[in-house]
Design a protein around this ligand. Structure first.
Ligand code: FAD
Ligand code: HEM
Length: 518
């Protein structure tokens, strides 16, 4: 059961991206915004009906609470009474009811794994699911698979079928350093696949291998310096993380294992991992869009792959709120340097501020030096599909331009086969166009690149193209010069959905189209 997105919301000016499966937000009643919900949770009202008591919930009990007036949902073993949240749920009551009286973990994760329900629903917590009595071994094995958490031996089997073998690790030391060596036995591992964080007492390395994450997670046995280095020997898939000892003592062991240490888990089951990044600068780009620069901590190694997004997290009146954003380069005209600049500590974002929004006004209020939490990267876009590409068509609306920035930089610098890159950029007015002069300069500098601006509400002086995405606009724009072409599309839900329909009409296959989703 899917919500058919209405044409009225997201409003044409809103930059809500299309989400996978065509789902969309629904219009909420007056007084039912996320901010209103946060206020209600802080009002001291008893939202569970249990007067603050936490109980153990059996499956039989959970099943009984399956109506709109009495709705309990279990997520990751914790049961929430979501009845008071019903009218506030941006996905609508019917969507929430799909999980009524049951374990909604998988459903929740399929739609929006990144939503911080624990913080948003803390006043709705009823308790934990009761632990079941011990069951025969086979039953447990099967149950784990159902929750997406394959037992280790099966993970190995699944990987083996995909031509991969289980990773492993080792470590060695000198007087001044400790080197952790991870053997992934994969050929396509690069620096983007390695995320390392040393925060407080926890040292965590996550290696992305296809749909899985191999995790090293320990409380180190001795102190180390803040910075470390990461090397990847690509042809054998070996990763070396070199830590600098604070003292020259000999380590007897690497450390004490923490959650998921030395395990290979499905990426979607790892949970989002955040680190605090400092706001370095904030500069106006258009009347409502700003370029934010965040700095990663020195004890983090993280490179966001081209075309992927991260989640930013802020605590707004005591509740953690998370939203997705796509990192950009600091400019369109700088050389594409990410793959070679190993110590890139800065992440840039182009973000439109919605005065009536929840997250962006708060982000805009931050002072230089304040912190924002940044998650690991996510997204299905793979730049490797660009090898041999000859024609690249980019369709972007509003801040749907953001994934195109790094893609443009990358394609023009790294794909020798590329003959043409064309961007059609849809906005409401001329003032809304992000980096217009940079785009025009780039088109002047690189003859392979063309940009066309289309406005939906131009002034009478505008003599360029105008209107919404349409067959007429696309027929002229999408002239292929070979069969090695791709179209990338990003923008508000109605824009992307209409665009994809029109592309299919023009015989672009599914494989030739990529749309960006959360
Ligand atoms: C994968 C992905 C990447 C993204 N990357 C970027 C990026 O790089 N840059 C960027 O600027 N944005 C990006 N976005 C959008 C971003 O995640 C937020 O949706 C956006 O910043 C709005 O956040 P907000 O909390 O300030 O506004 P919201 O509180 O979501 O509100 C936005 C507007 O919609 C209205 N509204 C909200 N809910 C409803 C409703 N139920 N009915 C009617 N009206 C409503 C509000 O009044 C407001 O005007 C991305 C989205 C996705 C999915
Ligand atoms: C388990 C069943 C659930 C289903 C099927 C479901 C479905 C949806 C859908 C379809 C959307 C709109 C699409 C989108 O914006 O991505 C949505 C949005 C949202 N849902 Fe749910 N939901 C569920 C549970 C929950 C719960 C328990 C919470 C608790 C906090 C929640 C919080 C949200 C939020 C905050 C959004 C807006 C996300 C944004 O900012 O874009 N949902 N949901």
């Amino acid at each position: 059961m899917l919500n058919v997105p209405s044409q009225s919301f997201p409003a044409p000016s809103s930059q809500q991206r299309v989400a996978s499966g065509g789902r969309s937000k629904v219009p909420l009643k007056q007084g039912r915004s996320l901010m209103d919900w946060i206020r209600l949770t802080k009002s001291g009202k008893d939202l569970t009906g249990l007067k603050g008591r936490l109980i153990e919930v059996t499956e039989e009990e959970l099943k009984k609470h399956n109506t709109k007036d009495d709705c309990w949902i279990c997520i990751r073993g914790f049961v929430y009474n979501v009845t008071p949240y019903m009218e506030y749920h941006p996905g609508g009551e019917d969507e929430l009811m799909r999980a009524a009286g049951s374990d909604g973990t998988d459903l929740f994760d399929q739609v929006h794994r990144w939503v911080n329900y624990e913080s948003m629903l803390k006043e709705c917590l009823v308790g934990r699911m009761a632990v079941k009595p011990a069951l025969p071994k086979d039953y447990h094995e099967e149950k784990k698979v159902l929750n997406g958490m394959l037992p280790k031996s099966q993970v190995a089997d699944t990987l083996a079928k995909e031509g991969c073998s289980s990773p492993s690790y080792d470590w060695f030391q000198t007087d001044s350093s400790v080197t952790i060596v991870i053997y992934t036995k994969q050929k396509d591992i690069n620096l983007d696949s390695v995320i390392v964080d040393h925060q407080d007492d926890s040292f965590r390395a996550e290696i992305l291998i296809k749909d899985y994450s191999y995790i090293i997670h320990v409380e180190l046995s001795h102190e180390i310096e803040e910075d470390f280095s990461v090397r990847v020997v690509e042809n054998v898939g070996k990763i070396e993380i070199v830590l600098k000892k604070k003292e020259n003592a000999s380590w007897k062991r690497l450390g004490h294992p923490l959650e998921n240490h030395n395990s290979l888990i499905l990426k979607k089951d790892t949970g989002l991992y955040y680190r605090k990044c400092r706001l370095i600068s904030k500069e106006g780009v258009t009347h409502d869009t700003k370029l934010f620069c965040l700095m990663l901590p020195p004890s983090t190694h993280l490179q966001v792959p081209v075309g992927q997004h991260v989640y930013l997290k802020l605590t707004i009146t005591g509740t953690e709120i998370v939203k997705p954003y796509t990192p950009v380069s600091d400019s369109l005209l700088s050389e594409f340097k990410e793959p070679v600049l190993l110590n890139n500590k800065y992440i840039y974002f182009l973000i439109k501020i919605y005065p009536a929004g929840l997250f962006t006004p708060e982000l805009d209020q931050l002072q230089i030096g304040d912190f924002v939490s940044v998650s690991n990267p996510e997204g299905s876009f793979k730049i490797s599909q660009f090898q041999e590409l000859e024609d690249l068509f980019l369709l972007a609306a509003g801040t749907g331009f953001t994934p195109m920035v790094k893609i443009l930089n990358y394609a023009l610098t790294n794909i020798p086969s590329l003959r043409k890159v064309k961007l059609m950029f849809f906005n409401k007015t001329e003032d809304d166009i992000i980096w217009r002069s940079q785009l025009e300069k780039l088109a002047f500098k690189d003859k392979r690149f063309d940009v066309e601006f289309v406005l939906s509400a131009p002034t009478s002086e505008w003599n360029g193209k105008w209107g919404h995405i349409s067959p007429a606009l696309l027929s002229e724009f999408l002239k292929r010069s070979s069969d090695k072409s791709k179209v990338l599309i990003c923008g508000p839900t109605p824009f992307t959905e209409q665009g994809i329909r029109l592309l299919h009409d023009r015989n672009f296959s599914k494989e030739e189209i990529h749309s960006f989703t959360a």
